[in-house]
Design a protein around this ligand. Structure first.
Ligand code: GDP
Ligand code: CA
Length: 350
């Protein structure tokens, strides 16, 4: 990962989060009509980010938000271009996501997957290992058709957001293909083969982002970071959700330049990921699997971090890194909790 030099400075006082954004900046409570709403740019992966983004939306309103979303997980299945993190964020912002799984659409049916599985015997392998619901498939069909006709991923992402009534600006990190590849004891595999195929139950030796060297940030990405009032690094897997975004040339540097306006939210609570392999992956790759380990990773990028109440004891260590540590309840079990966490995060910006 690109880490960079941690600029000196940062606030050095641990503060308990006071609910509520900074006075005079937002205070809009979901209806930014009237005063200018805070412009927020979020660096986002999938589920953890989608929850955070919906919380931020309820504070500043979707129209003043931009999400720069990981596409390192993207994969081609049955010839279809699937963007798991973009779709998770789009469906959540549209209020149509499956809240139990965190991915896919609510009220989904699985007729195509059932029919596809009937081909397993002739194919000699399981074809429906990556579940694509019937309605979700329409998104992948549309995306694949448009890409084949020459549209960029940015254009298609914008169309899909519009079709679902999303008002936040959703940007892929790049229009070029950047592929997260994972080295296991058995060799290197694509990200979805590790994550879904193997159920992320095997140790990871290394991660790389193939194609990142020659990728360019998608149109609007650097400007969104430059012009935001606050940049939020979402509570997503630091290695495989935020890592690919930072690997796109120019993005890490742009965030470092905005360090003073950047707040991270830890996806690790009491040493554990709420979901997925982030805790194990951090340890396997030599990072400390704790909110302090996350703070160390983000210290070059963010002047503040929000950690859970359970990690209040880590605040002195985090502050010693030159990162302002805000302690707040950070489990987004529903919209109200997500909104409160968003208030804490936006209020943490120095
Ligand atoms: P994925 O791409 O769908 O795997 O999603 P992300 O990388 O965006 O999110 C996975 C991470 O989100 C995990 O490390 C979780 O611990 C974290 N996460 C999920 N829900 C929450 C939450 O409510 N609060 C916090 N702090 N982290 C969360
Ligand atoms: Ca993902």
């Amino acid at each position: 990962m690109n880490t960079g030099q941690a600029p000196a400075g940062g606030r050095t006082q641990a503060v308990a989060a006071e609910a509520g954004p900074r006075p005079g900046h937002s205070g809009a409570g979901g209806s930014p009509a009237g005063g200018a709403a805070l412009a927020v740019t979020a660096i986002a992966g999938g589920v953890g980010a989608a929850r955070m983004l919906s919380g931020i939306a309820s504070v500043v309103g979707q129209r003043s938000m931009t999400a720069v979303v990981n596409t390192g997980d993207d994969t081609v299945l049955h010839g279809l271009h699937v963007c798991p993190d973009l779709d998770t964020v789009t469906y959540m912002m549209a209020g149509v996501s499956n809240l139990e799984t965190g991915w896919g659409l609510a009220g989904e049916t699985w007729g195509v997957m059932e029919a596809l599985a009937a081909f397993d015997a002739v194919a000699g392998r399981s074809l429906a290992w990556f579940r694509l619901g019937d309605k979700d498939l329409a998104t992948h069909l549309y995306r694949t058709g448009r890409l084949a006709a020459g549209a960029t991923l940015s254009q298609v992402t914008s169309d899909i957001a519009t079709r679902f009534g999303v008002e936040a600006r959703l940007l892929p990190m790049s229009d070029q293909r950047v592929e997260t590849r994972v080295t296991l004891a058995s060799g290197e595999v694509g990200f979805q083969e590790y994550f879904v195929g193997l159920g992320h139950a095997v140790p990871v030796k290394a991660v790389r982002f193939a194609g990142s060297e020659v990728a360019r940030p998608a149109p609007g990405v650097l400007q969104a970071i430059e012009r935001a009032d606050i940049v939020v690094i979402c509570p997503s897997n630091p290695v495989v959700s935020i890592g690919p975004v930072l690997a796109v040339p120019g993005v890490a540097e742009a965030i470092v330049r905005r360090r003073g306006a950047t707040v991270a939210v830890s996806p690790i609570i009491a040493g554990k990921a709420l979901k997925g392999p982030a805790d194990r992956m951090l340890a396997e790759l030599g990072y400390e699997p704790s909110a302090a380990g996350v703070a160390e990773m983000w210290a070059p990028y963010a002047a503040a971090i929000v950690v859970d109440n359970a990690d209040a004891g880590l605040a002195p260590r985090i502050e010693a890194l030159g990162v302002r540590c805000v302690v707040a309840p950070s489990v987004m079990s529903g919209p109200a909790e997500a909104a409160k966490l968003a208030e804490a995060a936006l209020g943490a910006a120095p």
